[in-house]
Design a protein around this ligand. Structure first.
Ligand SMILES: *Cc1c(COP(=O)(O)O)cnc(C)c1O
Length: 463
């Protein structure tokens, strides 16, 4: 991480304001392939193309703001995860990162399974033909109606999140005359985010059942005693945007310890463990994510080692990447509107979207990159803050970045790595119309989620 408050080449001032930014890239026209999807490149005229189509054409046909999703990259990432984990493990795509019927079909075709965490996500998955036994249902407060629907559909597993839910799911399964396959979500006392993890005192949260104090062991006792449930394993999810495998190491060790305790107490070796998702991606050039095969090897080594130590058969591992699959595959395309240079500070560049299509900067202080994509420029780099059009001063899309100083209204700029948790968290704040998601592949672009219209807004407002 090379961050500096005084990068070279400032435009507006000799001393740049405090901020969390790196020096500008040597050449702002060069697209860092780490943060862009695989088929993104610049054409002979300098315009960014994705799937062989230039952004100017995409903007003309689909408007801005819009998300453009690189379908072949999405599919390649699915295959990379499936291949890395192999036939003895299961990869569940976390649908909450971004879900649509097209995405469900791609997952199905590429051999992935799917995590859902609401009735709406379950409906989308089933409607697009995902086999129910490849669906896992999560959440800390599934309603009775949602559980009924999941059990009726025959989902492959329900991840139990509380003592009450153990009983609830068991009753519903019994009423339907089935034994529902379930896992118990445990909180292992590890919380990991990006480069750090904390190994104690993170039981203070709404998800899961704590390993500490024997809570998880008690949950297992109850689940094993109920006829409606087939307990297939233990589940742990420790955080998001994680680069450091150390948190997974602690988590896997604690989960395997629990499996050993279960074997000692009940004489059963649970066949599966789920280590959750949370693997990080590159939002800026400073991020160095791991490849799926490295992650797969690290996780399988840890689990194998811990199981050998505990004299357990190695369970089948599942993982649940959301961001790591869809995040890097899309960018958001915006048109530049008002440009406001603040002398000695930075230049505010307003775009035609904002916190309604990307809440992550406001919500998590997330970092993003941005590039001028409708043309190249040889102008000096200027420090910018890319902001939206909403009535909120926290409406920031990219907090600190450099764009060419000749940027002008009407230019197209793009924010890469917006495939995850942007459209899925989009809102109608200020009655914004949520942008479309356009899948681009081999010279063809098609809308997979259409842009909202004012009629959509008025249809919900019943007067
Ligand atoms: C959110 C979530 C995931 C996916 O997290 P990513 O950071 O998108 O990989 C996986 N499993 C569970 C249980 C989750 O809540």
């Amino acid at each position: 991480m090379s961050r500096s408050a005084h990068p070279a080449g400032p435009r507006h001032a000799d001393v740049l304001p405090e901020g969390h930014y790196s020096a500008p890239a040597a050449d702002l026209n060069v697209l860092d392939e780490k943060v862009w999807s695989r088929t993104v490149t610049r054409d002979a005229d300098g315009a960014l193309t994705v799937g062989g189509i230039a952004v100017a054409r995409l903007a003309e046909e689909f408007g801005t703001p819009a998300y453009f999703l690189d379908e072949s990259d999405f599919r390649a990432r699915c295959r990379a995860w499936a291949d890395a984990f192999g036939p003895d493990a299961d990869v569940f795509y976390a649908g909450k990162a971004f879900l649509s019927r097209a995405v469900v079909r791609w997952l199905k075709e590429e051999g992935l399974n799917l995590d859902v965490c609401s009735g709406g996500e379950l409906t989308t998955a089933l409607d697009a033909g995902m086999p129910a036994d490849r669906i896992a249902f999560h959440g800390n407060n599934k309603t009775v109606a949602e559980i009924e629907r999941a059990v009726e559909a025959g989902v492959g597993r329900i991840v139990l999140d509380s003592f009450q839910e153990i009983v609830r799911v068991a009753h519903i399964a019994q009423r339907h005359g089935v034994r529902q396959r379930v896992q118990i979500r445990v909180t292992v006392g590890v919380e990991a985010h990006t480069h750090e993890f904390i190994a104690t005192a993170h039981e203070d949260q709404k998800f899961g059942i704590a390993l500490a104090d024997g809570q998880a062991a008690e949950a297992v006792r109850r689940a094993l005693s109920l006829d409606g449930l087939e307990l297939i394993g233990v589940h742990s999810h420790i955080g998001s945007q994680i680069f450091d495998m150390a948190g997974f190491e602690v988590s896997a060790r604690r989960v395997v310890q629990l499996l050993a305790e279960i074997r000692d107490e009940h004489g059963v070796e649970l066949p599966e463990i789920d280590l959750g998702g949370g693997l990080g991606i590159a939002y800026t050039s400073d991020d160095d994510p791991r490849e799926p095969h490295e992650i797969a090897k690290a996780l399988s080594d840890i689990v194998t080692r811990e199981c050998e130590a505990a004299k357990l058969r190695t369970p089948r591992i599942s993982v649940e990447p959301g961001r790591a699959i869809v995040g890097p595959t899309a960018f958001t395309l915006y048109e530049v509107g008002t440009i406001k240079p603040l002398e000695g500070l930075r230049t505010y560049v307003s775009v035609d979207g904002g916190m309604s299509d990307n809440i992550r900067t406001a919500l998590y202080d997330a970092e993003y990159s941005v590039a001028l994509v409708s043309r190249t420029s040889d102008a000096e780099p200027m420090l910018v803050r890319v902001v939206g059009k909403h009535c909120e001063s926290g409406d920031i899309v990219v907090k600190d970045a450099f764009l060419p100083a000749d940027l002008a209204p009407g230019d197209l700029i793009a924010v890469p790595a917006t495939g995850a948790y942007c459209r899925s968290m989009a809102s109608n704040y200020n009655h914004a119309l949520r942008p479309p998601v356009v899948a681009v592949r081999d010279g063809e672009a098609r809308v997979i989620v259409r842009r909202e219209t004012e009629e959509d807004l008025l249809r919900l407002d019943v007067g």
